[in-house]
Design a protein around this ligand. Structure first.
Ligand code: ADP
Length: 197
């Protein structure tokens, strides 16, 4: 069982890869974007608070997002391991995750970064807009999400790189090949001896 997270720009295919990787590593995939969208659809209190941020391509405020993740990680299926998708996205969220895990004597085992050129991200978003009709898949909102990724989430990636737990995977090309490459890279990383942290 492992504690993993996947991080990548909008359109990098992290949701799809998260599903495959979670199945392989036998952990639940926890996608903050999916949880927010499901709450918006069901018009829950959280959904009503989060809807406008999602539609505009802004981050949902940290206090709402952190509380949601904290609750989710306490559920029994996530106690022994998980694959977080879409969280943390800001430096304060990364700190909060550290403290959630430290409360139980846990640490993250590996962080998978999916990379892809901007042109490919935009092309995939346009395809997804036709297939799934997500309200945040319009060109302006997409560019805002990409800009937020570059300005805020990159910092989170750097923190994990500095900790020596970042596994970067080329996310461009055929999804099946990307899954295979990601599984191989993570397995190799987890099997390698590491100095005590
Ligand atoms: P993508 O990465 O393709 O933009 P996600 O499904 O991961 O899509 O997220 C969709 C939206 O959900 C984000 O644009 C944001 O509004 C909200 N969201 C998801 N995760 C977080 C988070 N960790 N912090 C703040 N907002 C979030």
């Amino acid at each position: 069982m492992s504690r993993l997270l996947i991080i990548g720009p909008p359109g990098s295919g992290k949701g799809t890869q998260a599903e495959h990787l979670a199945r392989h590593f036998q952990v639940p995939a926890v996608s903050t974007g999916d949880i927010f969208r499901s709450n918006v659809r069901r018009k829950t209190h959280l959904g009503n608070q989060a809807a406008r941020y999602l539609d505009d391509g802004h981050f949902v405020p940290d206090h709402l997002t952190n509380a949601l993740v904290k609750d989710r990680l306490l559920e029994s299926d996530a106690r022994k391991g998980f694959l977080l998708d879409g969280y943390p996205r800001t430096a304060p969220q990364a700190l909060e995750l550290d403290s959630m895990l430290a409360d139980h004597g846990h640490v993250l085992d590996a962080v998978i970064e999916l990379t892809a050129p901007d042109a490919e991200l935009e092309e995939r978003m346009q395809r997804r807009a036709l297939e799934q009709g997500r309200t945040d898949d319009t060109i302006d909102v997409f560019r805002r999400r990409l800009d937020l990724y570059r300005r805020q989430t990159h910092e989170v990636v750097s923190v994990y790189a500095g900790r020596g737990i970042l596994v970067s995977v080329n996310g461009s090309g055929d999804p099946g090949g990307i899954t295979a490459a990601a599984i191989a890279a993570v397995e190799q990383f987890l099997a390698a001896p590491r100095p005590p942290s």
